[in-house]
Design a binder for this molecule. Structure first.
Ligand code: HEM
Length: 193
């Protein structure tokens, strides 16, 4: 997992549950107390998973609830931290369609070709007239993060989406298949911010 997401999780835990809680999460994943994640480095998925599990403990939330709350935090943070990715984006569908290339752009700074490939292979997007279908396979099984970020994107552009997931890694399927349907789609002009 690229460090930016671990940095976001660190900030999210520290802001909501304090520095002691962040230190517990870092320790659970084998990092020292004062560790700061580099944005341009990939960390082992197992360390991400340990840190996320520890975050559910300190937060006292279920993994699904923590993932959803974290998704909305990520959306808000990333829109401020990386405003360039939202430049010229006019709708929720637009940002959701750009997401795989945004990830690949972030991965371009990774030195190892296999790490870049691992990022690229997690997502395959299929476009349909009124919906997008994401085929997602990852050892991290973060489909609720995906769904939460899709919800965040809809809120950001003042739109409504309906999200369905007929197949899910967490239910033992080979992939998550996440359908995002764009409801009462408005004109591009009225969506622009
Ligand atoms: C400014 C926009 C965004 C940036 C900068 C960004 C950046 C990243 C980065 C760097 C990762 C780690 C990738 C990896 O190591 O595999 C990541 C993970 C993820 N992102 Fe994004 N992202 C953005 C928007 C989105 C959107 C709009 C969605 C969904 C609709 C999304 C869904 C996810 C998911 C599900 C993961 C977890 C992948 C995994 O490890 O299984 N992202 N994001």
């Amino acid at each position: 997992m690229i460090g930016v997401i671990l940095r976001l999780l660190s900030d999210f835990v520290e802001k909501n549950w304090g520095t002691q809680s962040l230190n517990e999460c870092l320790k659970a994943a084998g990092f020292p107390d004062d560790f700061v994640f580099r944005l341009d480095t990939a960390y082992p998925d197992e360390q991400w998973q340990s840190m996320f599990r520890a975050a559910t403990d300190v937060a006292g939330l279920s993994p699904d609830d923590l993932e959803l709350t974290f998704a909305h935090y990520c959306g808000k943070d990333m829109s401020v931290r990386f405003p360039g990715f939202l430049q010229g984006v006019t709708s929720a569908r637009d940002i959701i369609e750009r997401q795989p290339s945004i990830h690949n752009f972030m991965a371009a700074s990774l030195k190892s070709p296999s790490a870049r490939k691992a990022v690229a292979e997690k997502f395959r997007l299929e476009g349909r007239p009124d919906e997008t279908v994401m085929h997602y396979v990852s050892p991290n099984k973060m489909c609720i993060l995906y769904r939460g970020l899709a919800e965040w994107a809809a809120e950001y552009f003042n739109e409504k989406v309906e999200i369905k997931e007929p197949h899910c890694l967490k239910r033992g399927d080979a992939e998550c298949e996440i359908h995002v349907q764009y409801l009462d789609h408005q004109s591009t002009d009225s969506q622009a911010r």
